[in-house]
Design a protein around this ligand. Sequence first.
Ligand code: SF4
Length: 501
Amino acid sequence: MLLLFPPAAKACEPPAGIGYLTGFLNKYGINHTIEDLNLACLLATINAPVKCQDKWSQRAAKNRQNHLESLRLSSTYTNFSRYERAVNDINRLLQINSPDHVNLTLANYEEQLSPTNSKDLLHCFHHPEKNIFYDIFSKRIDQLFEKDNFSHVGISLNYLSQALCAFSIAGYIRRNYSKTKIIMGGGLITSWMRSPAWTNKFDGCIDHLIAGSGEAGLAELLQTERKENSPIPDYTVLSDLAYLSPGFILPYSCSFGCYWNKCAFCPEKAEKTPYLPVSQTQIRRDLANLVARHKPVLIHFLDNTLSIATMKTLIRHPPGTSWYAFTRVSKQLTDPDFCMALRQSGCIMLKLGIESGSQDVLDKMHKGTKIEDISTTLKNLAQAGIGTYVYLLFGTPEEEYHQAKQTLVFTSAHAEYINFLNLAIFNMPLSGCSNGEYESIPFDGGDLSLYRDFVHPAGWDRKHVRQFLTKEFRQDKAIKEIIKKDPPTFTSNHAAFFCRQ
Ligand code: SF4
C-alpha cells in the first residue's frame, strides 16, 4: 500500500493522518510506503528557477535557502520581522512560480476550479496534467511504483486547499496504474460524507471513500481484524523530512470528537462525531515512547478540546517537552495553582475557543462558560507564563451588533493577557439550515460546500460583521497590537514558538 498526503497544506509538521495509518499498518505487518507529497511539491516549487526578473523577486530567489533554513532555526522565532520576511518572501516565490490562475502560498492552493464542486474535482481527476504540481508528483509516484507494485493507494484529504490536487493525483494513478485501488479518507472526506447533502459523485473514480477513523476503514477494507481502538502514530519515516519548523513537532491526539459536544452549530456536533478518549494509561505510554524516539521540540495535541483528565495526567507525568493544545475554559483553569502546574508540565500555549464577550450569546450558544471564568482563566494563564491563542466568532444567529461590541470591550480590556487572536465570521453548517429555522443562501453553488450563508434574524449579516471588524474591532489600539503579532501564514502552528521566548 502507498499512503499519500497531497498539497497544499502547512508543511510545518508531519501529517498526523498518515502517521496514525502507518502506525496501524505496521502493527498488523502490512507492507506500505508513505510519501508527503505536500512537502515535496512545495519545496520543489520554491526551489524552481524564478521566471520573474523584477528586483524584489530576484532578491527573494537569492535568499530562498536562507529563508527556508531560518524557519528551521529557533533563533528566528525571537525576531518577528526576520520570521515575517522569510515567510513573505517564500510566499512570493510560490506565487511567481505558479501560473496566473493559481494562488499558491505555504498554506493554501486556490484556482478558478472550486474544491467544493464535484464537477471541478472530476475535471482534475480526468486532466491531471493540468495541475501545477503535475511534473513533481508524477515523477515521484513513478519512482515509488518502480520499487513496488502497489495494490492500493490511500490519499489523506483533510483540507479544502488539498482537494483539487488530491483528485489530480488520484487521476494520474488511475490513468497510469489502472489495477491499483484508490482509497480516499481524512477530515474533509469525513465531513462531506456526513453532510446531509452527500451523494457519492466519485463512484468509478475513487474506489473507496472512508468517513471517520482511517484505521477502522482500512481494517475493514483489508479484512484485518482490529485488536484495539486507539492506534499509536508512527512518524519514523516522516520525522526525517525537512519540515518548516525549528525541530520536530509531534502531533498526537488524546481523544477524537469533543467531550463537551454542545456548542450550537459546531461542526463536530453537526457531524455527530462520537467522543472517543484514549485511555490515560495509553496517553502516558505513547508519549513516553514517542518523545524518547523523536525528541520533539514541541508536542501539538490535536484534540478538539483537551480534557481536564488529560491535563491532570500531563501534570502528574510531564511529557518532557513543551506542548500546546486547544481547550475550553473550565473551572480548573480558574485555579491559579492548576495553571502553574500546567506550565510546569510543559504547556506553553493554549488555544481557547472563547467565541464571545457577551454572556447572553455564550448561554444561547450552549458554550457552558462564564465571562468571569474566562477573565480569570486568561489572567491565570498569563501569570503562569502560558501563551493564549484566543478564538472569537462573530455573526452567529445568537449575536447582534451590541453584543459584538461587548466582545470588543472584553477583548480590549484583556489584551495584556492575550497573545494571539483568531477572528472568524460564522458560517452556517448545512445541517444547521436543514431544520428550516433560517433562510439560507449558497456561498458558491458548490454541491460539496459544507456551509451556507443565512439570513440573520436581526440583520447582523456578513457584510455588517465585516464592516464592524474592519472599522471598529481591528481599530482598537490594544487589539491592533495583538493582531500584528500573529505569525503570518502559519498562525497557530508556529505561534507556540513565539510564546517560548
Ligand atoms: S468545545 Fe469546541 S469542539 Fe466542543 S462542541 Fe464546543 S466548539 Fe465544538
